[in-house]
Design a protein around this ligand. Structure first.
Ligand code: C5P
Length: 289
């Protein structure tokens, strides 16, 4: 096999609870990852030597800052692989949007290199490499629609089953740096116990499975919201507007993207038009995947 084209999916965080700061500088999280049908397309081609990444998106760096190149270098150093790779990235997932696009691309690169070069890296090997590249990368190495993330978000518990629900994303014209959102977090107030939060996260999944969005809505808390909102107050305005008629709405990851779930696609498309008209923002309509 000389070339391979893979889809690189986006995720939303249905909820994201920050439990505290860790000694390694990261934050201890409890989150529920969910794949959605928004995807980048990535074409990988084996070459004799060197590495080249092409992407037309103006905000995507095509050099060593890109997680695709970082993933490739990690594969090389880990396996001693000779040979090269050319990558063409068709970027559709908003950059720095809280949708895990870069992390997903990194995971896709690990999977592609493994297949293209017949490296026989095991799932635990891939997960360990993914963790080195970023806290969200391991989720994209799992073939699962939904998973609970603990620790930095990279200790994963896949959940069975997928739910067909429509998703509306409200996209903002510029992104927010995850690092700066975490850095500007205020000290967490004493919140619910870990037992309660673990229960809540399971309940979200149960409500989703039965498409009970009202039940779900009270639990879709994102502890990064306040910090992201301080940087981009528009997130709050969009969210308040959406929540009036669509309670199952929240910010994803470190923002700014806001998601909103509904059972009905037609109604979701109508809400998307309303958001574009009222706020002049781009939207995307798809489904949980
Ligand atoms: O792991 P990743 O490089 O995607 O994370 C980006 C930044 O987000 C980290 O440098 C860190 O500042 C912050 N972060 C955190 N706690 C987490 C995940 C990310 O503080 N669990």
């Amino acid at each position: 096999m000389n070339s391979l084209t893979l889809e690189s999916p986006a995720k939303i965080n249905l909820c994201l609870y920050v439990l505290g700061k860790r000694p390694d500088g990261y934050h201890e999280l409890l989150t529920l990852f969910q794949r959605i049908s928004l995807r980048d397309r990535v074409r990988f081609r084996r070459t004799r030597s060197g590495f080249r990444l092409q992407c037309r998106h103006p905000l995507v760096p095509c050099d060593s800052r890109n997680l695709i190149e970082k993933a490739w270098r990690l594969v090389q150093s880990r396996t001693g692989l000779r040979g090269g790779m050319e990558v063409i990235l068709d970027k559709r997932i908003p950059v720095a949007g809280g949708l895990g696009g870069g992390s997903s691309n990194a995971a896709t690169t690990l999977l592609a290199a493994n297949r293209l070069f017949g490296l026989r890296l095991s799932q635990p090997d891939l997960m360990e490499m993914g963790r080195k590249l970023g806290a969200d990368v391991p989720f994209f190495l799992l073939e699962t629609s939904r998973a609970i993330g603990r620790g930095r978000g990279d200790e994963l518990q896949p959940l069975a089953g997928a739910t067909k629900l429509s998703v509306l994303l409200t996209l903002f014209s510029s992104g927010i740096s995850t690092k700066s959102v975490f850095e500007s977090l205020s000290r967490p107030a004493l919140g619910p116990t870990l037992t309660k939060l673990n229960c809540d996260i399971i309940m979200i999944s149960v409500f989703l499975a039965s498409k009970d969005l009202k039940g779900c809505s009270t639990l879709l808390r994102n502890d990064l919201f306040k910090a992201a909102h301080r940087m981009k107050p528009e997130i709050g305005r969009v969210l308040s507007f959406l929540r009036n008629s669509r309670p199952a709405s929240a910010m994803s990851g470190s923002g700014p993207t806001v998601f909103s779930l509904a059972a009905n696609r037609v109604e979701t498309e109508a809400a998307a038009s309303e958001i574009s008209r009222k706020f002049g923002l781009a939207t995307w309509v798809g489904s949980l995947y």
